[in-house]
Design a protein around this ligand. Structure first.
Ligand code: FAD
Length: 387
């Protein structure tokens, strides 16, 4: 075992719990800040929706989880567990290979309890500032706030030697852009604020997107809705009837929206709709991180980060766990957390700052050469292709 440090972990979802466990195994003194009153992050279903259904008002009260009520996992449980801690069926639990979301929450709670992590977590503590105060001794101030009454908050500043950011990546909506979006009179919302299908009964709904959320929501609302139309980006998507439903069609992307409720798609088809649901993914968001511009989010690229985890000039004292997507989350997060814990303790060495910087630049050049959009930087499927 190497050197032990005072480490702060931000977030008590999958990434934060696994990071806490790995850091603790290395002997570090770990404090996890979690703004909710339970562990689980995404897997903590919240029936509330945000006041701004599109999720663009910066002053809205944020609801963290994007789960819908009926959600079942889209990966088999066999790949959702951790090394030496599999996601097995339990007495009284949901025995399916693709269980409902409640089963994942139970698994994470068991994980936290079995490894004694609950004592490390400050529940109902939201981190509002992370800032480097001393570069040489790598001192970070972590300011957190907790509610004392309905309208009062108490803030506290503490010093840590390392910070691991695990605040999740599926809370801040990305919205589709099209002409007339802001004058269109119907309801527009993001899938982040979709919970149940009832409100779409007898409505004509347009879903934008082609990912798992669009597929799940389409399947769930089609039996109740008057019509469902899916708008999909890309040259291969044109107007056609969707075979599995009597009342669902696919279109290319929305070209423009009109004041009278008309939507014109790029393939020339026209629909008068009541609702648009943007199933268009999420943006990375670190409102608490004050890094003097060293780490930025540019077109959904968090950078510069060596292998998606360490900013070269702040490594290993600042790290990110769980940024990748199109990856199996559990194993990716666990390997990143193990790497962070061992690099912080000095058990593993990173390349020099210059070598890490060069590697990141080389990676960006490769992305550009292949013509992949910048916002796919953390798409691990793509990373395999360029590796
Ligand atoms: P989160 O689970 O989001 O946890 C982040 C935590 O940080 C939260 O608890 C939050 O409260 C806390 N936090 C945020 N900001 C602060 C702050 N400032 N201060 C203190 N605490 C803070 N993965 C699968 O493996 N299988 C699936 O079937 C699957 N389905 C999914 C379906 C949906 C709809 C979504 C959105 C995701 C799905 N995922 C699935 C991916 C899933 O999000 C990851 O597997 C994993 O749970 C992400 O964990 P995380 O810890 O990175 O983030």
């Amino acid at each position: 075992m190497g050197q032990c440090y005072k480490v702060s972990v931000i977030g008590g979802g999958t990434a934060g719990l696994v990071a806490a466990r790995e850091l603790q195994r290395e002997g570090h003194h770990v404090t996890v800040f979690e703004k909710a009153n339970r562990v689980g992050g995404t897997w903590l279903y919240d029936p509330r929706v945000e006041t701004d259904p599109l999720g663009i008002d910066p002053n809205r009260e944020i609801v963290h989880s994007s789960l819908y009520k009926s959600l079942r996992v889209n990966l088999p449980r066999q790949v959702m567990g951790f090394l030496h801690y599999p996601f097995v069926k339990k007495d009284g639990g949901d025995p399916r290979h693709f269980p409902g979301h409640e089963e994942v929450l139970r698994f994470l709670e068991d994980f936290a309890r079995d490894f004694g992590l609950m004592d490390l977590i400050r529940f109902e503590h939201e981190v509002v500032r992370v800032e480097l105060v001393d570069e040489v001794s790598h001192e970070w101030v972590v300011e957190s706030r907790t509610r004392t009454t309905e309208s009062k908050w108490e803030s506290k500043e503490e010093i840590f030697e390392a910070v691991v950011i695990c605040n999740g990546k599926s809370t801040e909506p990305r919205i589709a852009e099209f002409s007339g979006r802001d004058i269109w009179p119907g309801l527009q919302m993001h899938s982040h604020n979709y919970r149940t299908p009832q409100q779409f009964e007898n409505k004509t709904v347009v879903l934008i997107g082609n990912g798992p959320s669009a597929a799940d929501i389409l399947r769930e609302i089609a039996p109740l809705a008057k019509q469902v139309h899916q708008a999909v980006r890309g040259p291969n998507f044109k107007f056609k009837k969707l075979e599995k439903h009597d009342n669902a069609w696919q279109h290319s992307m929305i070209e423009c929206a009109h004041k009278d409720g008309k939507l014109v798609f790029q393939d020339g088809s026209i629909v008068y709709a009541d609702v648009i649901i943007h199933c268009t993914g999420y943006k990375y968001h670190f409102p608490f991180l004050k890094s003097n511009g060293i780490v930025t989010v540019d077109d959904n690229r968090v950078g510069p980060l060596y292998k998606h985890v360490f900013p070269p000039c702040l490594a290993p004292w600042l790290s990110f766990v769980g940024l990748n997507y199109k990856a199996v989350p559990a194993i990716t997060i666990e390997l990143q957390a193990k790497w962070v814990a061992k690099v912080v303790s000095g058990e593993l060495e990173l390349p020099t700052q210059a070598a890490m910087t060069y590697s990141v630049e080389e990676f960006y050049r490769e992305i550009e050469k292949k013509g992949w959009p910048k916002h796919h930087t953390h798409n691990l499927l793509y990373n395999e292709v360029v590796a």
